[in-house]
Design a protein around this ligand. Structure first.
Ligand code: ZN
Length: 119
């Protein structure tokens, strides 16, 4: 910024309107680049987060499980995950005739499964 001020003062003192105009153009281009780099940084952070989320999900015995801090958590609905990448936690179906029947509150599907994967 200090350099820009000095350059502006120099062009003004020399009465070089064209040089001053070019300097302003370069300065505006730098501001645009700075904004673009910031946008790309944010986009990259978002993509990394999405990739991490994608990599953390694992299909096991027909259900989605998320690996977090070395432990599996879940299960999550495989239909909702497959369709919208929505991680909808499934709940045990209280009315099922067995202990391992899970129900998705979003898409209303039932899944019969075994145990969580071993970490
Ligand atoms: Zn679902």
């Amino acid at each position: 910024m200090e350099l820009t001020k000095e350059a502006k003062a120099y062009f003004k003192s020399k009465g070089d309107a064209e040089g001053l105009e070019k300097l302003i153009g370069i300065w505006e281009a730098l501001i645009n680049l700075k904004e673009r780099v910031s946008d790309l940084h944010d986009e990259n952070a978002d993509l990394r987060k999405r990739l991490e989320r994608e990599d953390s999900m694992h299909l096991h015995e027909a259900l989605q499980w998320r690996m977090k801090d070395g432990q599996y958590e879940g299960p999550f609905c495989p239909a909702c995950w497959g369709k919208d990448r929505a991680d909808v936690a499934m709940s045990l179906d209280a009315y099922a005739d067995c202990e391992s029947r899970y129900f998705c509150p979003a898409c209303k599907m039932n899944f019969h499964v075994g145990q969580a994967p071993v970490s």
